[in-house]
Design a protein around this ligand. Sequence first.
Ligand SMILES: Cc1cc2nc3c(=O)[nH]c(=O)nc-3n(C[C@H](O)[C@H](O)[C@H](O)COP(=O)(O)O)c2cc1C
Length: 382
Amino acid sequence: MKAKRRVTTSPDVRRGGFQRGPTPRRKQSAAGSLPTAPTRPAPRPAAMPARIEAGPERRAPTIEVDLTVDLGRGLLLPNPILVASGTFGYGTEYGDVVEVDRLGAICCKGTTLKPRIGNITPRVTETPGGMLNSIGLQNPGVDAVIEKYAETWVGWKTPVIVNVAGESVADYVEVVRRLDGVPGVAGIELNISCPNVGRGGLQFAIDAGAAGEVTAAVRRATDLPLLVKLSPNVADVRPIARAIADAGADALTAINTLSGIALSPSRTKPLLGNIYGGLSGPAIKPIALRVVYEVSQIVAIPVVAIGGVTELSDVLDFLAVGAVAVQVGTAIFADPSIPVRLVDELTAVCRARGLGTYAGLIGTALPPKPGAPSSKGVEYRP
Ligand SMILES: Cc1cc2nc3c(=O)[nH]c(=O)nc-3n(C[C@H](O)[C@H](O)[C@H](O)COP(=O)(O)O)c2cc1C
């Protein structure tokens, strides 16, 4: 069944398109000069700076920008800049170098039922515009994750979303059952790019039936907010996204890494110990943009974009194709301060445009009604 679209029209949407609703909350500025609707532009020319330094007695009020985003089921993020699973550990490792409390949310390293030592080395290599990794979901297992980190997470303002992986529906359900009700766990992100042992090892993420089945089973097991992460390694992502939405996910995240290989210097074998690795970084951004663009048009639940975000223009691009938030991944390895900087820069751009919320930036590049999918080909137009 096609999911019902939950969008609100907005006079602020520039290209006659529509806007997905991250249910942004409005805050009242001290000067009471916020727009009356969250999506309506403030009565200020876009080019005019939000803050006018005109002397202490005649200083113009600074617009308070509301960046909050509701991912459903009570998962309200302070802002739409998250850190991606596998690139920020469990958050605790970065406490000395990053203002963790200023992030929108932390998606922690993939967590499985039993501890995993990960794949054999080499596990990472740089590639043009990105990197390949085959870490192999190294993690201490769900019980150790809860024991070691949950208490710290409780004290953070930033919600922690636990990324969950498994090899069977029962695996996912059991991990989620153990996380359910644990203080400090704000939500679940299902990494479904994992081999489904019950179906010959084919990934859950590449089959609409399997993706829907695991989502539905986890949905029954918990009331925690549930995000499900799409793989780009499919011919048509839309039926999979639909199946996940219909099975009760609260939000989609897109995308996971693309499957690739690199060669050893001697060219006698693949470089990575696991042969295959996941490609990430700026090189995959156009693909992530395309997936978010296609999926945003056909599901009503929020979409969180991931893939090659390194600077503000990337964030704005993903918002324009319908994402309500973004995750920063590989870029963190080069500079862990990027996500917090993006929060400041997004705030600044909203102020400069006289926007009380960033909602008006969402969906501006989407067509008025769903267009042809990329699976119909990229060269020919019927
Ligand atoms: C080293 C590394 C480890 C990752 N581990 C996970 C993981 O455990 N679970 C998961 O869902 N995604 C994992 N990812 C994928 C990222 O969360 C993200 O989807 C992907 O890297 C694309 O974003 P980026 O281009 O900003 O890095 C990992 C990525 C990298 C680079």
